[in-house]
Design a protein around this ligand. Sequence first.
Ligand code: GLU
Length: 305
Amino acid sequence: MNYQVVLDEIKDEIKDFLKKGKVADYIPALANVKKNEFAMSIIDLDLNEYHVGSYEKNFSIQSISKVFTFTLALLNYSKELYKRVGHEPSGDPFNSLIQIEHENGIPRNPFINAGAIVTTDSLLSIYKENTFDYILQFIQNITNDKTISFDNEVYTSELKHGYRNVALVNMMKSFGNIENLTNSVIQTYFKQCSISMNTQQLAKSMLFLANHGINPIKNEVLINEAKAKRINSLMLTCGHYDASGDFAYRVGLPGKSGVGGGIVAVVPKKLAICVYAPRLNKQGNSLAGTKALELFTSKTGLSIF
Ligand code: GLU
């Protein structure tokens, strides 16, 4: 299949959608982006690359980072991790406090904020003050790209404005589900959210999930097949917060979004995709990005269903 033709068509058909939705404005650093920008990258398991738009331009990966920290936590803890964080869709907004109180400090899944915060806490218990460096090195290693870094302006801005996340970590600490100092946990969580990448790097970083846990870039086993399956399943059922059902219905692929406007998705045994368009829908997922992925699976027939 000629993916370049597909991408060019999508770029053309997506134009009207690029003007819809609102960029995240809970911190100034995220609000100051080019609002109608678009980029999309496809990389297959033979490492052929196809791109359209501003695919070399970095943006804030935000919650896409939760895929990397969940992968690292699964590697270290296996099933033990599920005592502290579940694997059910939440049906609530990404930063909901209500559910966490009702459910005694155990978040529904690792992709809502509370779940990602617990996941990061579990990594802090192992890697201590080197946790963020370890997360970043993991991403640099799987993409074979040492230039990947974080955006200090986004990070400090998150620290200044992230009251809800601070509330979440404190609430979970009160239930005994946070092992480390709440300050260290939240700083590491905000730093992982402020990692900057482009669609090319993000598509590369998801190839191991399209390939049963084996990273085709270095031909190394990152995680076993069973765990790769679990991560993909959670991306399918929980990757888009309370719009996860809608994303699965429209796109039919495991995917994870971030409020920075990025979405990654995986076609098992074939390829990884990343799309960037910063305007978001009401649930905080890229509006045009979701549409672009819907167009992709409609045009190619490459959904998992
Ligand atoms: N830094 C964001 C927050 O925790 C991440 C949310 C997202 O990307 O969906 O509020």
